[in-house]
Write a protein that binds this ligand. Structure first.
Ligand code: KG4
Ligand code: ZN
Length: 345
C-alpha cells in the first residue's frame, strides 16, 4: 500500500510517499526557516500563508519522485494535531480534497505519534513489534515527552516538560548567545569545540508530581535559560569563558536530564529499548550520551535518521501505512487539534 503523507503542523511544508509503512519512495520537505528567521521564531500567519503557496508544488514533487504516479497512490494521510491551528488546517484540508478527488481513503495522523514512528523508516531498524515495549523520547521545538509504547497505538505518557520544550531551550539560549535561528544546530556546532564541564548550569528539577505524572520523569528548562541570561549579564563571570565553553556547558544542561530520565523511565517500566526522535535528537552530544548510557544500562538505543528527526511527511505516511491513525467516517469529520496529546484523539 502506497500512502501519500502531508505534514504542515509548524513551519515545514512536507509531502512523502511511503510503501507499506516502511519503504520511503519519496520525501520532500520545504523548510520555511528563511521566512521566520528575521523574527527569531515561527510566526503562525507567515507559516500558514506559505503552506498554502508551496504545498501543491511539494505534493506534486513527492508523487513525481515516488515513481508510482497518482494512480499508484492508495491512501492519503495528513497531520491533524498538535501544532499551529492555521497551519494544520492547510494540510488537513488539502489531504481530504486529494482523497476525495482520487476516491481513496483518508487517514488523520497524530504528529507526536508520527515522530515516535520516525526511527522505523530506516532499513536498518527492526519493525516496531520487534522492540516493543519501548520508551520513546520525543524532543523537538514544541515538545519534550517520554512515552511508554506497548505496541503501535498503545501509548502511555510517562513524563513531559512543565515549561519550555528542549528545542525551545536551544533556540532561546542561542538567541541570548547571539547565534542564529534555529538555535539547536548553532549551539551543537559551537559546542563541538567547547568544554561541557566549564560552567555548571542548573539541571532543572520538577518539585511536585504534575498532570498525574511522576516528577522525576518530568522536565523543566525555563530556569536554565534564565541562568544563562544572568550569567551573560555578569561580565565578571562570562568574560572568563569562550563562547564554545558556554555553548557546550549550556547544551550539557539540556542533554543530562534528557538522558537521565530516559534511562530511568525504561528501567521503571521494564523496557529493553529506547527510541529518540524529533529535531533535538539530531544533537550530537545527545546521541553520544544516550548511546553510551544505553550500553552501560543494557538498553538498545534507536535514533531516527536526521532527515526524519525534523518535521517531515514520511513519518506521517509511514505511521498511516502501518495501520495507525483515524480512519473511516471519523477521518472526514475530525477537526484540527492544536493541543492533541499522545495516545488521545
Ligand atoms: O521536530 P522539529 O522540526 O519541530 C517540532 O516539531 O517542533 O524540531 C525543531 C527543533 C528546533 O528547536 C531546533 O533548534 C532543534 O529542533 N534542533 C536541534 C538540532 N537540530 C535541530 N537541537 C539541538 N541540536 C541540533 N543539532
Ligand atoms: Zn514535530
Amino acid at each position: 500500500m502506497n500512502v501519500l503523507g502531508i505534514e504542515t503542523s509548524c513551519d515545514e511544508t512536507a509531502a512523502a510517499v511511503v510503501r507499506d509503512g516502511r519503504q520511503v519512495l519519496a520525501s520532500v520537505v520545504f523548510t520555511q526557516t528563511e521566512f521566520h528567521a528575521p523574527y527569531g521564531g515561527v510566526v503562525p500567519e507567515v507559516a500558514s500563508r506559505n503552506h498554502l503557496v508551496y504545498l501543491p508544488e511539494i505534493v506534486e514533487q513527492a508523487v513525481s519522485k515516488s515513481g508510482v504516479g497518482w494512480n499508484g497512490i492508495d491512501a492519503i494521510a495528513a497531520t491533524y494535531g498538535p501544532g499551529l491551528a492555521s497551519s494544520l488546517l492547510i494540510g488537513l484540508t488539502t489531504g481530504r480534497a486529494l482523497a476525495l478527488r482520487l476516491a481513496k481513503p483518508f487517514i488523520a495522523v497524530n504528529h507526536l505519534e508520527a515522530h515516535l514512528y520516525a526511527p522505523f523508516l530506516s532499513k536498518s531498524t527492526p519493525d516496531p513489534s520487534g522492540v516493543c515495549p519501548f520508551v520513546g523520547l520525543v524532543v523537538s521545538g514544541g515538545h519534550t515527552c517520554l512515552v511508554m509504547v506497548e505496541g503501535l497505538g498503545k501509548y502511555r505518557l510517562l513524563g513531559t516538560t512543565v515549561d519550555d520544550a528542549a528545542g525551545e531551550s536551544f533556540d532561546k539560549g542561542a538567541k541570548l548567545l547571539g547565534l542564529g535561528y534555529p538555535g539547536g544546530p548553532e549551539i551543537d556546532r559551537l559546542a563541538g569545540n567547547g568544554n561541557a564541564s566549564a560552567i555548571t548550569f542548573p539541571r532543572g528539577r520538577v518539585s511536585a508530581d504534575t498532570f498525574g505524572l511522576s516528577r522525576d520523569l518530568c522536565f523543566s528548562f525555563s530556569g536554565l535559560k534564565t541562568a544563562l541570561l544572568y550569567f551573560l549579564k555578569d561580565d565578571s563571570k562570562a568574560a572568563g569563558y569562550s563562547p564554545a565553553d558556554i555553548a557546550a556547558s549550556y547544551q550539557q544542561a539540556i542533554v543530562d536530564p534528557l538522558c537521565k530520565r530516559l534511562v530511568a523511565a525504561a528501567q521503571r517500566v521494564g523496557a529493553g529499548c529506547v527510541v529518540l526522535s524529533g529535531g533535538v535528537s539530531i544533537n550530537r552530544r545527545l546521541r553520544e550520551q544516550a548511546a553510551k548510557l544505553g550500553k552501560l544500562s543494557g538498553l538498545r538505543v534507536l535514533f531516527a535518521e536526521p532527515q526524519y528527526c525534523l518535521d517531515n511527511a514520511a513519518m506521517v505516511a509511514g505511521l498511516a501505512g502501518a495501520g495507525q491513525g483515524i480512519k473511516g467516517d471519523e477521518a472526514w469529520s475530525v477537526d484540527v487539534n492544536p493541543n492533541l496529546k499522545i495516545g488521545f484523539r
